[in-house]
Design a protein around this ligand. Structure first.
Ligand code: PRX
Length: 635
């Protein structure tokens, strides 16, 4: 098994070794996995192109490492624990032996339906065990999974299916979230009607095959239970090259079109397992729970792959933190005796606002490590998490990373290296962060701020953006020569600990979800009355950032509240409810430079309620609109 660092001194030694001899270090880590053929070169790289390869020439199947190799030693240990939306419904569990059998059955069904190595399979599913099973089934046969968060709209789903040219969609009939009953299959139907012609088959799973109201039509659509249940429970694991694609995951950037971030088999396997074991300090017999959705990278790396590679018991939860009440997370922690708990600041803030009496009702004494991810955590939320949930006994790991990094990059290691409120602190072994100024000059020393870059490749880094390698180069590797640019600003304190300040590009982080301002603008612009729009983020007490839309209309709007609802509808139609603007302000004009570029800096300040220090506006093409925008600003 991959090493687990035991104390600060060991962290320092291993970190130094990983930087001085990356190949030696990662070669040793990779040696702890099951390979079908050993690699002949640990790392081969060039950032300019970019062309990054890890464990070159190696062959493996990640599911043999997630499942088969554990069956021999811990086949009867629970691998996957599932807590349903309804608190009274029974939880489900799958031992390593059972999970392997289910994955093989699903893999056989996929093969029977014509899915093979290299084919793309798109997922649009709630948090049910079938999602984890089918994702692993794809990996088993070498198909590339592309999981789309089930809150995205039909249009957003169609765009992602088409971009990946997916041959199959796997979905469910409904999604049960709290008291909501969301018609998932209907969204898939709507998506496929939007000019999608690559999909040959749709597999639909249901939690209630007797009573489901969904009716399948034609040969294209099949029920999961009809095609999977009767299959043999063994399936050979396809031989994959280390650099074969494992999955695509779409994420937002500065442009209107989401990018398909590509991760490959070998490096992703080594790094997610290594980071999981070290950050969460998982010990045999522990119960680990990450509350993320598998539709995001956190769910991929730290619900499915990292924990299973490490032979852990990983839990997934179908519901929401506030159903039936705001004590649900803590009730589940008590019920399943959770030892490591990993969630997002937005959830912590939302639950904090509901009052201390919720966590106080439950026994949280088994919690050993608490994690946070997705956005900067504010001091108040950090202290509440530490005091009310961890009772001062469970270190908080503030884990900074990205869809593109595949795994946790900067974080304290639970109980091993010290945490600091609001600081992700130190890089993991093998990770070489640096700060640069806007000209790309490295900012040296401590107690400094800059743009966060990474200097040396790490095994789970992005390899390409699907179907558009040049975009990958432009977005991540062209800003600063020889470095991966994260898009985040950061501060390094006097001890070299990193604090992530937030995005420096046109990406907003709403409740830990990345949303491109251009995507929201494109959606808003679909409304007939819109002439032009500009979307920025502003500080929001619960969500971290809210979405503020400035819009120029054709003058036909009388009722602004009704208009806001209409805009919500178009945004929901084109992206999904997560991108609905919190504030809409009708403006007479947008501040622009002489070259016609919208001055977002000014709009961001006004949206944040900062009106005294707008900087120099004299170079604007239309300085007079600034006052008008300020006068109409909404709190
Ligand atoms: O701005 C950073 C923020 O989330 C961005 C990455 O978003 P995404 O690819 O959706 O992945 C989220 C889950 C890994 C980063 O560029 N972010 C992530 N973790 C933190 C964070 N900001 C501050 N502190 C963190 N711990």
């Amino acid at each position: 098994m991959t090493i687990q660092i035991q104390n600060k001194e060991e962290y320092e030694n291993i970190y130094n070794r990983s930087v001085n001899d990356p190949e030696g270090f990662w070669g040793e880590m990779a040696d702890t996995f099951q390979w079908k053929k050993k690699w002949n070169k640990v790392c081969q790289w060039e950032f300019d192109t970019p062309d990054v390869k890890w464990f070159v020439g190696g062959e493996l199947n990640i599911t043999e490492n997630c499942l088969d190799r554990h069956v021999a030693t811990k086949g009867d240990q629970v691998a996957l624990l599932w807590e349903p939306n309804e608190p009274d419904a029974p939880a489900l569990s799958y031992t390593y032996k059972e999970l392997l059998a289910e994955v093989c059955k699903c893999a056989n069904a996929l093969k029977e339906m014509g899915v093979g190595k290299g084919d793309r399979v798109c997922f649009y599913m709630p948090m049910v065990p079938e999602l984890a099973i089918a994702v692993l089934a794809c990996a088993r046969i070498g198909a590339i999974h592309s999981v789309v968060f089930a809150g995205f709209s039909a249009q957003a789903l169609a765009d992602r299916i088409i971009d990946a040219q997916a041959k199959m969609v796997i979905c469910s009939d409904f999604n049960r979230r709290g008291q909501k009953f969301i018609p998932v299959k209907q969204v898939v139907d709507d998506a496929l009607a939007l000019g999608v012609d690559c999909v040959e088959k749709v597999i639909v799973s249901t939690l209630d095959s007797e009573n489901t109201t969904v009716k399948l039509t034609g040969d294209k659509e099949v029920w999961w239970h009809d095609v999977v249940n009767h299959q043999a429970d063994t399936c050979p694991a396809e031989t994959m090259s280390s650099e074969d694609m494992l999955f695509i995951l779409y994420t937002s950037g500065s442009t209107g079109k989401p990018k398909g971030v590509v991760h490959t088999c070998g490096g992703y396997m080594v790094y997610t397992c290594f980071s999981f074991r070290n950050v969460f300090q998982y010990k045999d017999g522990d119960i680990y729970w990450c509350t993320a959705d598998i539709g995001w990278i956190t769910g991929h790396s730290y619900i499915i792959y990292g924990p299973l590679l490490a032979g852990a018991t990983t839990m997934m939860f179908e519901g929401v933190p506030t159903y039936p009440d705001a004590g649900r997370f803590w009730e589940i922690c008590e019920k399943h005796k959770v030892n490591q708990f990993y969630t997002a600041p937005t959830a912590i803030r939302a639950l904090m606002a509901k009052g201390d009496h919720f966590p106080e009702q439950y026994d949280l004494s088994r919690l050993k490590v608490l994690g946070t991810v997705g956005e900067p955590i504010n001091a108040e939320a950090w202290h509440w998490y530490n005091d009310k949930i961890g009772k001062g006994n469970a270190p908080i790991v503030d884990t900074w990373w990205q869809t593109e990094t595949g795994g946790i990059m900067i974080s304290n290691l639970g109980g091993i290296t010290e945490g600091k409120p609001c600081f992700a602190t130190y890089p993991l072994p093998g990770i070489q962060p640096c700060l640069v100024d806007k000209d790309g000059v490295e900012v040296s020393g401590n107690d400094v701020e800059g743009l966060l870059c990474i200097k040396h490749p790490w095994p789970s880094m992005i390899r390409t953006t699907y179907g558009d390698h040049n975009r990958c180069k432009q977005v991540y590797f062209s800003a600063f020569a020889g470095k991966y640019f994260t898009g985040d600003g950061a501060r390094r304190d006097e001890h070299g600990r990193y604090r992530i300040i937030g995005r420096v590009d046109d990406v907003i982080n709403v409740s830990g979800h990345r949303i491109g301002t251009a995507e929201v603008e494109n959606a808003i612009n679909e409304h007939d009355a819109i002439i032009e729009s500009a979307v920025v983020g502003y500080p929001h007490d619960i969500k971290g950032q809210g979405i503020y839309a400035y819009v120029i209309t054709d003058g036909s709007i009388d009722d602004e509240a009704a208009f806001h609802k209409e805009l919500n509808k178009v945004v929901t139609q084109f992206i999904g409810p997560i991108a609905k603007p919190d504030v809409v302000q009708v403006v007479p004009g947008l501040p622009k430079t002489r070259s016609g570029k919208i001055m977002r800096r000014i709009l961001r300040k006004i949206a944040s309620g900062e009106t005294s220090n707008l900087g120099d506006v004299s170079t604007l093409l239309n300085p007079e609109v600034v006052q008008a925008v300020m006068d109409g600003a909404k709190k």
